[in-house]
Design a protein around this ligand. Structure first.
Ligand SMILES: Cc1cc2nc3c(=O)[nH]c(=O)nc-3n(C[C@H](O)[C@H](O)[C@H](O)COP(=O)(O)OP(=O)(O)OC[C@H]3O[C@@H](n4cnc5c(N)ncnc54)[C@H](O)[C@@H]3O)c2cc1C
Length: 388
């Protein structure tokens, strides 16, 4: 019987893992199924672009994986049973021998009243399209507030302000604007926010969101016809409902090979995994972590099944790319353990680099088995000892 590998989620992490597995394992021994709720690959890093009226290239997963040996199943995952090694889907059930869990993350309201009812999100295609409709319906002079000072919030607020200079756009951040970046990057950020006319509310804690805007911890009201909440992301509760060891955040706790510390046949990658980086801190939720974790898991699975050696060393970083509309960006160079260096790339050159990185990430999904030498290894039967 073939070894059944089931990959849950076809985002940056899951799709890359499936492609790499298909290239490295012999189809006579293995069966790889990729399960995803959406029939298309969604370029999540461009959701702020989708929300501001730009159209994204459609990439049907069945087309992308045609001829690769990966079977695509469009279905929603509803539960995982790690004892019986089955996954419950909206259209039935699927059994696995090895599971790769890559269901990503979604916006979280962080317990702030009114966010669920009144705020918009840009965590996926559905929410981005709803925001797109809402923004398109706003008349000149309309007010928009973006909450959350992280990378997603900065990208969203600058994209909205650039696309709709006729709107009054404001931004609420808990600390200082881009406080995690170098001085050079922060200076550039401030210049860009001034140029785009964005009002920044620093050191501001939003305590509730309503139909007409948000309230702050110090009792101020920030008026907004549209509030966009980017202040928190959380993983799906599916993993936490299993016997898998999960962190307080609900992420699956994995070792350096992305293997669950509690279940040897389960791997977790991307936003859904809690893996530690060079500084001992959890890897940040990002494509910059998701893609390497996918490669790491695929290589580890191949090693375990075929008797190769397990990948070593921890995942490190080089930079953090933040778009500021279509013609401007900041690339903050970081140390491998993710601390900002003094240097940063800014302006048009940074925007070009960011675009190249986004395109490369999407290209690797659209060509899942390209660029890798075809070394389809045979699976070592279970009764034979495997060197790991
Ligand atoms: C607007 C925006 C901009 C960003 N910009 C950057 C950036 O510039 N750089 C960067 O590194 N990161 C960026 N990120 C973060 C990055 O997008 C995520 O960290 C990355 O997508 C995580 O990859 P993933 O594969 O783990 O999850 P995802 O890309 O979210 O993929 C998860 C997949 O699982 C599927 N899925 C979810 N639930 C189910 C279910 N129950 N059943 C079946 N399928 C399901 C989804 O449809 C999706 O295909 C950005 C995020 C946003 C929202």
């Amino acid at each position: 019987m073939k070894h059944r590998i089931v990959v849950l989620g076809a985002g940056y992490a899951g799709a890359n893992a499936a492609g790499r597995l298909a290239k490295r394992l012999h189809p006579a021994d293995t069966e790889i199924t990729l399960v995803n709720a959406d029939p298309e690959f969604v370029e999540r890093v461009r959701m702020h672009q989708l929300a501001t009226g730009q159209d994204l290239k459609p990439r049907l997963l069945t087309d992308v994986f045609a001829g690769t040996g990966v079977r695509v199943r469009t279905a929603r995952v509803t539960a995982v049973d790690t004892e019986h090694k089955t996954v419950a889907l909206s259209d039935g059930e699927i059994a696995y021998d090895t599971l790769v869990y890559a269901l990503g993350s979604a916006a979280a309201d962080c317990g702030v009243p009114g966010v669920a009812e009144h705020a918009h999100h840009i965590d996926g295609k559905g929410s981005a399209l709803r925001l797109r409709d809402r923004l398109a319906a706003l008349a000149a002079g309309g007010t928009v507030l973006v909450v959350g000072g992280g990378l997603t919030g900065i990208e969203a607020v600058t994209e909205i302000a650039e696309a709709r200079p006729d709107l009054e756009v404001s931004f609420a951040v808990r600390g200082g604007l881009g406080a995690w970046m170098s001085e050079k990057a922060q200076r550039h950020l401030r210049g860009t926010f001034d140029r785009l006319g964005i009002t920044v509310h620093e050191d501001t804690d939003i305590t509730s969101v309503g139909r007409a805007g948000a309230m702050t911890a110090d009792g101020r009201a920030i008026p907004a016809e549209v509030t966009v909440w980017t202040a928190g992301f959380a993983v799906h509760p599916i993993a936490a409902a299993t016997t898998l060891e999960v962190s307080e955040t609900g992420q699956i706790v994995v070792d350096d090979t992305m293997r669950s510390v509690s279940h040897a046949g389960v791997y977790a990658v991307g936003d859904a995994a809690l893996a530690r980086g060079l500084n001992g801190m959890p890897l940040r939720m990002s494509c910059a972590s998701g893609v390497p974790t996918a490669y790491r898991a695929a290589d580890a699975i191949v090693a375990v099944l075929t008797g190769g050696s397990l990948p070593e060393n921890k995942i490190g970083y080089t930079g953090q790319c933040v778009s500021l509309g279509r013609r401007d960006a900041v690339v903050q160079w970081v140390t491998p353990d993710d601390r900002p260096k003094d240097s940063a790339l800014t302006g048009k050159t940074a925007a070009r680099l960011k675009e190249i990185i986004c395109k490369a990430a999407a290209w690797s999904i659209s060509h899942p088995t390209s660029m890798l030498p075809a070394r389809r290894r045979r699976v070592v039967p279970a009764e034979q000892p495997v060197t790991v």
